[in-house]
Design a protein around this ligand. Structure first.
Ligand SMILES: Nc1ncnc2c1ncn2[C@@H]1O[C@H](COP(=O)(O)OP(=O)(O)O)[C@@H](O)[C@H]1O
Ligand SMILES: [Mg+2]
Length: 221
């Protein structure tokens, strides 16, 4: 589903060089959810961006759904993301000017999928979005916006979902509620999930946990 081999990445800051990822190997199987933990600045987002083909590694290879990302050009990568990947970010990243329904259905429509099916009903039901469908996304609370972002990420039934601090903007109780719903829907859909978070309680919602520290992945103590 997702296979990273010997991924390295450095950033240059004037004179100094910061080695963020130092030969990372990682495999995510179909239907598996994996949480990458680590303090802020440890390279979690960098690793997620590389795994999703949004950033290039300095060395190493990334396979998504059996495809080596280095063999795809920009439009090939964009097509792969549009059809098979879903994203949830800390900053929600909803499309302003569109209501909840049109945000949720945006990527489905790009993929030529219809607006109504049992999965959309399931998403709007579980995430309690039915009463909000006609609201502009700008007027929603943070928790409501993140429920919409989760529905949007899953609406086209992606095979692999990337979530980067998905509850980072929500308070504790709400974080737990929203993460629980996301974990339930990920499991129902059968997709794989790569979750990155600095929050150990959120990582508990994944099947498996690893710690990213000093450029390497470690088992959690
Ligand atoms: N585009 C960039 N240019 C320079 N440094 C970067 C860039 N992206 C990330 N970094 C640095 O790499 C390190 C890891 O960042 P990041 O992957 O965002 O960590 P995390 O998501 O774990 O907080 C940080 O020190 C950050 O400042
Ligand atoms: Mg980050």
């Amino acid at each position: 589903m997702l296979e990273l081999k010997s991924i390295s990445k450095s950033f240059h800051d004037g004179e100094s060089e910061l080695l963020v990822l130092d030969g990372i190997d990682l495999t995510l199987k179909p239907g598996e959810s994996l949480a990458l933990l680590g303090a802020s600045g440890n390279g979690k987002s960098t690793l997620l961006q590389i795994a999703a083909g949004l950033e290039d590694p300095d060395a190493g290879s990334v396979q998504v759904l059996g495809q080596d990302l280095s063999t795809l050009n920009e439009s090939g990568l964009a097509l792969m993301r549009r059809k098979h990947l879903g994203f949830v970010f800390q900053q929600f990243n909803l499309l302003p000017g569109l209501n909840v329904r049109n945000n949720i259905l945006f990527q489905r429509r790009l993929n030529g999928l219809g607006d109504r099916d049992a999965w959309i009903d399931e998403l709007t039901g579980v995430l309690e979005l039915a009463p909000l469908l006609n609201r502009p996304v700008e007027v929603l609370s943070g928790g409501q916006q993140q429920r919409v972002a989760i529905a949007r990420a899953l609406a086209h039934q992606p095979k692999l979902v990337f979530a980067d601090e998905p509850t980072g903007n929500l308070h504790d109780t709400l974080s737990r509620q929203v993460m629980k719903l996301m974990a339930r829907l990920v499991e129902e859909s059968g997709c794989s999930l790569l979750l990155v978070t600095h929050n150990r309680a959120m990582a508990e919602f994944a099947n498996r946990r690893l710690l990213l520290e000093e450029g390497h992945l470690h088992a959690l103590r």
